[in-house]
Design a protein around this ligand. Structure first.
Ligand SMILES: [Zn+2]
Length: 314
């Protein structure tokens, strides 16, 4: 049923001219579909900036039309080339969440190595090589919580969802990262070089700010916040915040988005740390619409694929 009012937040990751790219099998939104989607969203919603969205959530602003906020995770270079150009053309703002270690130290986040390996290798070959490199038997996947996997990766087939969940949440991160780094180097190429083509540079992010875009944090190393010890979490979020402050122009508000983003990917302690570091709000990947008085650190988003499909979530 259509709910009156509300702040709809749309979440994007890859937006690229896929058929002409080196990885046409990557799961991405086509740049041309993105342009059409922004047009159709602006016919239906007021695409607003973060300042207006926060005024609304604080109950201090009553819009005539429903509000919509556009958010982009992972600080990708296409967010500079494809997205910012289009948003600036349509005179709207977007929020862009940066993995500071990737931008600063040219490291490809394990989740992205996984995406590009998946786009390059046949799934069963990839899975077999990964399990072999970590010294695990294929039967190890039988112990994965398939329900949690399906909930986290709603767009994937069950086997792929189970493997992704195992990869991102079950395997010891240091073991996983070593195996994947070796596979990445073997199949894709040198990491630092690839990172510089995948992520926007600080200079590009500052140019995006100058075009009216808002940059936010997405952790330093893109690990699920709830998987970190208290010490690891405050180190990671502290590095993220300091890196944003040191490299970007000042902003009135600093948003954050949780990697992976489901309700179990962060805790009350995560929220406390974000507040302590001066972040103003944070976005999850739990679906839904936001209303005045809602918790600013558990804001809901809808995936752009759902928004494309139309009114399903409205
Ligand atoms: Zn992310």
């Amino acid at each position: 049923m259509t709910q009156p009012g509300g702040l709809h937040v749309v979440m994007y990751h890859y937006v690229r001219d896929l058929p002409r790219s080196r990885f046409p099998r990557l799961k991405a939104m086509l740049a041309q579909d993105f342009r059409l989607q922004v047009k159709s969203l602006s016919a239906e919603f007021d695409i607003c900036g973060l300042d207006v969205a926060l005024e609304y959530l604080h109950g201090r602003y009553q819009p005539k039309r429903r509000l919509c906020l556009l958010t982009f995770d992972d600080g990708l270079k296409e967010h500079y080339h494809e997205v910012t150009a289009e948003l600036a053309r349509q005179r709207v703002s977007g929020l862009f969440f940066v993995i500071t270690d990737s931008t600063e130290n040219h490291r490809v986040a394990p989740v992205h190595k996984n995406h590009f390996l998946t786009a390059s290798l046949d799934f069963s070959a990839y899975q077999a090589e990964f399990l072999e490199r970590i010294g695990a038997a294929a039967s190890v996947l039988e112990n994965v919580d398939a329900k949690a996997a399906r909930r986290t990766y709603i767009w994937d087939e069950e086997a792929a969802a189970v493997f992704k969940y195992f990869f991102n949440f079950v395997v010891e991160p240091a073991v996983r990262d070593r195996a994947i780094a070796a596979m990445f180097e073997a199949h894709i190429g040198p990491e630092a070089e690839f990172a510089q083509s995948l992520y926007a540079s600080w200079d590009e992010l500052r140019q995006m700010q100058a075009e009216g875009m808002v940059i936010g944090g997405h952790t330093h190393r893109h690990r699920p916040c709830s998987s970190l010890t208290d010490g690891e979490l405050s180190d990671d979020l502290g590095l993220c915040r300091r890196s944003l402050d040191a490299n970007l122009s000042p902003q009135r508000f600093w948003p954050f988005s949780y990697p992976y983003g489901k309700a179990d990917s962060y805790t009350a302690h995560t929220v406390g740390e974000l507040k302590r570091l001066g972040f103003d709000c944070s976005f999850s990947t739990e679906p839904g619409v936001n209303h005045p008085g809602d918790d600013l650190f558990s804001l809901r988003r809808m995936d752009c694929k759902v928004a494309v499909a139309g009114r399903k979530v409205a």
